[in-house]
Design a protein around this ligand. Structure first.
Ligand SMILES: Cc1cc2nc3c(=O)[nH]c(=O)nc-3n(C[C@H](O)[C@H](O)[C@H](O)COP(=O)(O)OP(=O)(O)OC[C@H]3O[C@@H](n4cnc5c(N)ncnc54)[C@H](O)[C@@H]3O)c2cc1C
Length: 378
């Protein structure tokens, strides 16, 4: 560990949750000079950050909420600098590629629907991502291995991908080097507000923090009401598989197929409402594989080396929740799906909002108040 931990049981700010969201916020707070303690439940916890698809993805985001289209676009645009700063702070290259991304369509009807959706989004947020519709011939010029069943698709040049495990490792290393006190195996069991901060109870002892950030993914649902907040998040399973390493053939990702910097091809991902079940099934994996082979017939001969199921952290409308508590000042909530795409925004705008306690207009739309009957938040 290159840096010295500047706090432990008594700190400026405690971040609860060591997934990609908590790490990004903690990194941003420590970069602003705050003494941060990061508490994480540990390997037994549900962890979306370890099972995701690693896209930095813009196209199609915010169909019903233009503020989210802008928020996503801002984070994607900040990713290059974020990756470079993180590389300097951690010594780890994230293998970020932002040369565009494609959603492939297998029928004229699908292509028409997708194009209509993208123009609806463009009309609602014209300052955001420009998405082009490509026909089969245009895609073939870009991706010669595309299959004959792909009639066309939508392409956005702001889309990209990273190596998600390296992102996780780099954030962790950079946090340590910035002096964050990291407490693994520290599930938070209780939160109590005092005159000058919070008492945070874990099985291995108590932490005192002047302020706290709830970034515990699905764990936020239980923790938020303890400090006058609401996190109505539910698990949504996605299944993913990865092939053996193949010679490079995919120079940019598709929404459900991407070739990693190491050569393996990741295929995913389903959207299943199965509660807290992280299993995988032959039926779903078979459907994902059959679709991938239609898009890229060369995948028919590839060996699958690993598959898994992981749980997304979904709010009722799928958009993030960013809040600060009125009844317990100093308590904040940060939770979302798309924590990879939004990592750059979490380490900058969200960390700045929490550090200064000034909530910018850009995140006003993401309060849990939009869901109605939840505790009031500022
Ligand atoms: C299949 C799949 C594909 C995805 N693809 C993408 C993608 O392509 N691009 C993208 O941007 N996003 C993607 N995501 C979403 C992304 O992975 C998540 O947004 C992100 O991982 C959420 O991070 P998190 O830190 O909020 O939650 P998690 O990773 O779940 O971490 C929560 C952490 O909180 C800790 N915790 C929980 N309760 C407590 C407690 N009481 N006390 C202390 N600690 C606690 C846990 O130990 C855990 O480490 C995908 C997700 C899935 C599942």
């Amino acid at each position: 560990m290159a840096g010295q931990s500047r706090c432990g049981n008594d700190c400026d700010i405690a971040v609860i949750g060591g997934g990609v969201v908590g790490l990004s916020v903690a990194y941003g707070l420590a970069s602003r000079g705050l003494a941060v303690t990061l508490l994480d439940e540990g390997d037994v916890a549900y962890r979306a950050s370890r099972g995701n698809f690693a896209l930095v993805w813009v196209q199609g985001k915010g169909i019903d909420l233009p503020d989210y289209a802008r928020w996503t676009m801002g984070s994607a645009a900040a990713w290059k600098n974020f990756a470079e700063t993180l590389r300097r702070d951690s010594g780890i290259d994230l293998a970020l590629e932002q040369r565009g991304g494609l959603m492939a369509c297998l029928s004229e009807r699908e292509l028409e629907d997708r194009t209509a959706q993208m123009s609806r989004l463009h009309n609602a947020a014209p300052d955001c991502a420009n998405v082009e519709t490509l026909d089969h011939r245009q895609i073939k010029e870009l991706l010669p291995e595309i299959g004959p069943d792909v009639v066309g698709g939508t392409f956005c040049r702001h889309d990209g991908h990273v190596n998600a495990l390296r992102l996780f490792g780099a954030l962790h290393e950079a946090c340590l080097r910035r002096g964050i006190a990291y407490r693994p195996n520290a599930p938070v069991e209780a939160l109590v507000q005092m005159a000058n901060g919070f008492r945070i109870a874990t099985p291995s002892g108590e932490i005192r923090a002047r302020r706290l950030v709830l970034a515990a993914g699905l764990g936020n649902a239980k923790l938020a009401p303890l400090v006058g907040l609401a996190a109505p998040v539910r698990p949504q399973r996605g299944q993913v598989m990865v092939t053996e390493k193949l010679a490079p053939f995919l120079k940019f990702p598709l929404g459900t197929i991407r070739q990693t910097d190491e050569g393996g091809v990741m295929l995913g991902d389903s959207k299943e409402e199965v509660g807290f079940d992280t299993g995988s099934s032959h039926q779903v994996l078979g459907t994902i594989a059959a679709h991938a082979v239609k898009v890229f017939p060369l995948l028919a001969g590839a060996q699958i080396v690993r598959s898994w199921g992981a749980l997304r952290v979904m709010s009722p409308d799928g958009y993030p929740i960013y809040d600060r508590s009125v009844s317990c000042p100093g308590a904040y909530l940060v939770t979302c799906h798309s924590g990879v795409t939004l990592a750059a925004a979490h380490a900058s705008t969200i960390a700045e909002a929490i550090a200064t306690d000034i909530w910018p207009d850009a995140i006003a739309a993401f309060s849990a108040r939009r869901f109605g009957d939840v505790p009031a938040a500022a």
